[in-house]
Write a protein that binds this ligand. Sequence first.
Ligand SMILES: Cc1cc2nc3c(=O)[nH]c(=O)nc-3n(C[C@H](O)[C@H](O)[C@H](O)COP(=O)(O)OP(=O)(O)OC[C@H]3O[C@@H](n4cnc5c(N)ncnc54)[C@H](O)[C@@H]3O)c2cc1C
Length: 404
Amino acid sequence: MVVICTHEACTGCMACVNVCAHKAITIIQDEEGFERPSIQQNKCVDCGVCQKICPINNPPTLTSPLQVYSGWAKNEDLRLSSSSGGAFSVLAIPVLQRGGVVFGVTLNKDMQAEHIFVETETDLYKLRGSKYVQSRVGDSYKQVKRILLQGREVLFSGTPCQIAGLRNYLHCDYDNLITVDLICHGVPSPKVFDDWKVWFKRSFALKDITKINFRSKKTSWIFFHLAVIGCTEKDETFEYEGKYYEDAWIRGFLRDYFLRPSCHQCKFTKIERCSDFTIADWWGYSGNSAQDKDYERKGVSLLLCNTAKANSLFVKDVMTSFEFKKHTLEEAKKTNLSLSRPFARPSTRDAFWKDYHSMDFMDIVKKYMYPERLKLSTRIKIKYQKNCLRDFILKIVYRLEKYI
Ligand SMILES: Cc1cc2nc3c(=O)[nH]c(=O)nc-3n(C[C@H](O)[C@H](O)[C@H](O)COP(=O)(O)OP(=O)(O)OC[C@H]3O[C@@H](n4cnc5c(N)ncnc54)[C@H](O)[C@@H]3O)c2cc1C
């Protein structure tokens, strides 16, 4: 019996499902709600292609970043509607203007994350913004190949394991393909996300959730804010904005209880990358101009050019529409921990899942996704973000806290 890769290591990239010519691999949901390939023995001819193509067994060639930038889209609307500084849109728009196709992740009408492609700038909003839950790749890699063979330009964006899956599936380099991966903290369980939505709707007596913005910038970017728009049972519009230390989804996500098990041993969360470009948040930005100073609300991107193709696209497509600064790789490593290594599996992960299968979701929220008790300095920072006295007060509090 063919075993594609170990259960623990499987990232769910679905290269095996896309490649199987005998349609012998179906997708099932495991007990934690993650999608997994499942071989139907009556259809399998034991050819072993699925094992060979699996990026866990045969990782694609990785490259060290050639250039490191921080920056943001000069178009303010793009910047504000993106999760970091809008690097993704800056890369995607020229491809669409040349008649190309852009693949990325959207939340569909059931608020589930899935890969789709768009062909117009008007539709690009569907892919904009991080969806902090694992996406369904479906048969996207097959669609990418079909479009590439038509000679059209394709930009494919996703987590590093998804890019590795796509590259192995394609098996060779295409001049008309641009790959963009994210620095990835890990992908949360779609099942927990579904349960969170049901719990959220019940908590606020909602009929429907119509929009989820995982990184709302209404009041802050550095402090993750999750925003929800919905409709109440009385047909009134509902708006919610949860701060990172009090919103249950963001709390659970950042505490790592329900990330895919493979994320804790990810082979692609490292400096060497498998994509042309890598995008992420640039933390700890500093600068003296007025626009440098409002980065805490508007967001800053980290952009790595990992290949010669990325370097030339940066000059051709990015430079004019992106306000950028050049950095060293060492600086990038310091600002973003997930660039160098995956987050460790929390010791309480097993306890979480044991409880998850036996407790009501409301009790799971109370036990594992409860609000954070913030340090005094952080509370002041949030409250007085725009106050000129803030730095002075913070300095004193930081000093005092050392002695508490
Ligand atoms: C699960 C997850 C974990 C992340 N972890 C980190 C981290 O630890 N550190 C960090 O600096 N940045 C992380 N990011 C990336 C960050 O949140 C931004 O998505 C990234 O910086 C791009 O922002 P942007 O402003 O350039 O464009 P945006 O328009 O905000 O980005 C949209 C891009 O994200 C892709 N995308 C959205 N959701 C998903 C998804 N579920 N799976 C795959 N691709 C998706 C879209 O296809 C598109 O390419 C993570 C993103 C996700 C989805």
